[in-house]
Design a binder for this molecule. Structure first.
Ligand code: SF4
Ligand code: SF4
Length: 443
């Protein structure tokens, strides 16, 4: 039953799975650099979000044309991968079309026909996406943070899909020709497939049976090795969102937009100050050093914020809606999420090389994200609203500002006046607290 082919296949398949497992484990370790999230409440609503936003791509439909093309690519990619189950079984047991039987021929043919139609839709959509990126040059793909690897990554994903879908259709087309050849004893008679049968005249008129046999094997191996390669490519690509979109949507913020979270570190401090029985020295001994206020580096972020960075598709919808970005400020919410991922990767690599207690004298703040970017934000929430995956760049911006204000007293001068007024007058204005009733009811 097991031949050289099977052994070769099992070796390649196992090595690819092991490599993927090792790399995805590192990414999960990087996400776990963040702070724990508290109790996850409202689970039914969260599952509803996963169903509507991650599976149903509801937020993509604000731009219906692109949404349909993206849906073709997404559904097509998922459905065609079901076909990979048969390829894997064939590879392991050295069989050909193991799931086919004469009794269920119609069902089998229908299944392959659905895969082929989706393969064609994926090909069409991917070509349109390539044209949008490279010929029409849609502006949100041209921002400065997209220079270099992000642009190459976006194009590579699309080119990968073209190769995978073409290999699938060519493999089927060669198979159909071989079913009618002197090698037909090796190829079960499945009946015609709707798309690949259009390619068969070209093959049967121009190539010998032996050449078509070699081509069929080539496309079979190319298709499966391509899929295993793509699996391992995911871990260095923005395409990782096809996995992380689901947990990210589940854990996304359910609070009304504009409602900020309380900082547990501040709440604890205030509680301690108000407690007459509190012994601050005893607390410190029990609990170690106090928590940092706000976010300076990735380990001050929450796990959900880092998960958001790994889920980001770099689509730029957030940046194109951002009023600060539109008016020429330095801020791009997409860059904020890309910076978090880059820094998490850097920290992860340092941990691998130097251990947990390394110090590279770098941080997310200043080395990746500047105060100028943070203070350009109007906290309007347009980026959160626009994001098709419910990612929340604003929460990161607010947490980093909190660090600047509370740990570094580095607020802009205009805000310092407001803070002084709140401290002295209990309100942001320069009126004495004792005059409050005068202005509060003044029409
Ligand atoms: S909340 Fe800030 S980053 Fe987001 S769109 Fe508004 S200004 Fe831009
Ligand atoms: S944060 Fe959301 S909207 Fe912004 S680039 Fe990432 S996926 Fe797109």
């Amino acid at each position: 039953m097991f031949s050289i082919n099977s052994i070769l296949f099992i070796t390649i398949f196992s090595l690819s799975c092991i490599l993927f497992y090792r790399n995805i484990k590192k990414i999960i370790r990087n996400i776990n650099l963040g702070k724990k999230i508290g109790d996850v409440k409202n689970k039914p609503k969260r599952w509803k979000q996963v169903f509507l936003i991650a599976f149903g791509q509801k937020k993509m439909f604000k731009k219906p044309l692109v949404a349909f093309l993206h849906l073709f690519v997404y559904v097509g990619f998922v459905i065609i991968n079901i076909e990979v189950i048969e390829i894997i079984l064939d590879g392991i047991f050295n069989t050909h079309r193991i799931l086919f039987s004469d009794k269920w021929a119609f069902l089998y043919r229908t299944m392959i026909n659905i895969f082929e139609i989706f393969a064609l839709l994926v090909l069409f959509s991917v070509v349109v996406f390539l044209v949008r990126r490279n010929i029409i040059k849609v502006s949100r793909f041209l921002s400065s943070e997209m220079k270099g690897w992000p642009t190459l990554d976006g194009n590579l994903i699309l080119i990968f899909e073209i190769f995978l879908m073409s290999a699938f259709l060519m493999m089927n087309a060669c198979d159909l020709v071989l079913q009618e050849s002197n090698l037909s004893y090796k190829y079960p008679k499945t009946g015609n497939f709707i798309v690949s049968s259009l390619l068969t005249p070209f093959l049967s008129h121009n190539l010998s049976t032996n050449t078509i046999f070699v081509l069929e094997r080539f496309f079979w191996w190319f298709h499966i090795i391509g899929i295993l390669g793509f699996l391992n490519y995911l871990v260095i690509s923005k395409h990782l969102h096809i996995i992380f979109a689901f947990p990210n949507t589940y854990y996304s913020n359910l609070n009304p937009k504009g409602q900020f979270s309380n900082m547990s570190s501040v709440t604890n401090e205030v509680k301690m100050m108000l407690d007459p029985n509190n012994d601050p020295f005893a607390q410190n001994q029990d609990q170690g050093p106090p928590e940092r206020f706000g976010v300076k580096d990735v380990n001050d972020l929450s796990k959900v914020q880092i998960l958001g960075a790994y889920s980001c598709t770099e689509c730029g919808r957030c940046t194109s809606e951002c009023p600060a970005n539109q008016t020429g400020k330095k801020l791009s919410p997409r860059k904020i999420m890309m910076d978090i991922r880059d820094r998490a990767e850097e920290v992860g690599k340092n941990i691998d090389k130097k251990g947990k207690d390394f110090d590279d004298n770098k941080s997310l703040l200043n080395d990746y994200i500047s105060p100028e970017e943070l203070w350009a934000c109007t906290s309007c929430n347009a980026c959160v609203e626009a994001c098709p995956l419910n990612i929340d760049p604003l929460s990161v911006i607010i947490d980093m500002r909190r660090y600047l204000v509370m740990e570094q007293s580095a607020a802009p001068a205009e805000l310092n006046n407001v803070f002084t007024n709140i401290e002295n007058n209990g309100a942001p204005w320069q009126f004495s607290a004792s005059d409050r009733l005068n202005w509060k009811y003044d029409e």
